[in-house]
Design a protein around this ligand. Structure first.
Ligand code: MLT
Length: 268
């Protein structure tokens, strides 16, 4: 699998598979590109799928503090290295914040943006303080305890009970991220810009994937934003939390295929 050395990360790793129109899948927190393991093969039957590990996760190095905007820059650097002029970008939660930053900087490089359980709003003070407390915990060496509580909360109650092995595996993968990597992601989220205003000016299609039982992003809150851009695909996932790529992979694959095909028609 390819990796490139850039000014932002001396080892910026990404997966690339399939052929055809390009879809770039951005992971959230506390995850790496392997988050998409249940959907990448199927998507790669129809599209070129590119999946970065952001600096500090998976196989990518964290050489310096890396902001959400710099993560968007990493996406552009990978597109340039792969000679991809335009793509559909699908970002999960924190990956969606990166997707919005990318949309603000390089709208001409997007043929569509999918928000997988994400929204354009910056953290309020309460959220920032909660994250700061988590940072302190992680710095004191309580990473295992923190992730052991945090990761199960990403899933709906019904999924958690039916598939404890998936939660176990996801927790195991989260534990592979270093404390420095986790702290960097939290600082990046604390410092990110609010992107709500961007919604009024977007001139590419947007897709919103919404988990009705999402404990992290309340679906009613996401609905406040998602009708503001002019072409929207909105999909509700019943009995699904924050992790449709693991809780409902077939449905997410179908939705991403439909949207990507639409975007490429709309764009040509
Ligand atoms: C994520 O899934 O990426 C995070 O939960 C996002 C966040 O904490 O805002």
């Amino acid at each position: 699998m390819p990796e490139i050395a850039t000014s932002l990360s001396s080892r910026l790793f990404y997966r690339k598979m399939g052929s055809g129109p390009v879809v770039i899948l951005l992971h959230g927190f506390p995850e790496s590109g392997t988050l998409w393991r249940n959907i990448w093969d199927d998507l790669a039957l129809s599209f070129t799928v590119i999946i970065p590990d952001f600096p500090g996760s998976g196989n990518s190095s964290l050489d310096q503090p890396t902001s959400i905007v710099q993560m968007a820059e990493c996406v552009r650097q990978i597109m340039n290295a792969e000679r991809v002029s335009k793509a559909v970008v699908a970002g999960h939660s924190m990956g969606g914040y990166v997707g919005f930053a990318f949309a603000a900087l390089y709208p001409q490089r997007l043929c569509g943006l999918t928000l997988v359980h994400s929204n354009p709003e910056a953290d309020d003070e309460e959220k920032k303080n909660t994250r700061r407390k988590s940072i302190e915990l992680i710095k004191k060496g309580a990473k295992k305890m923190f992730l052991g509580q945090m990761v199960p909360n990403l899933f709906s109650d019904s999924f958690k009970h039916l598939h404890p092995e998936v939660i176990e595996e996801q927790t195991r993968q989260a534990l592979e991220i270093s404390s420095e990597g986790l702290v960097n992601f939290y600082n990046a989220m604390i410092d990110r810009d609010d992107r709500k205003k961007l919604l009024n000016n977007i001139n590419f299609p947007m897709q919103w994937i919404i988990g009705v039982n999402d404990n992290i992003m309340n679906y009613k809150k996401i609905l406040e934003f998602c009708y503001k851009s002019h072409i929207n695909f909105v999909s509700f996932y019943n009995n699904c939390g924050h992790m449709s790529m693991l809780e409902a992979p077939e449905k997410l694959t179908d939705d991403l295929k439909t949207f990507t095909n639409h975007c490429n028609k709309y764009d040509s």
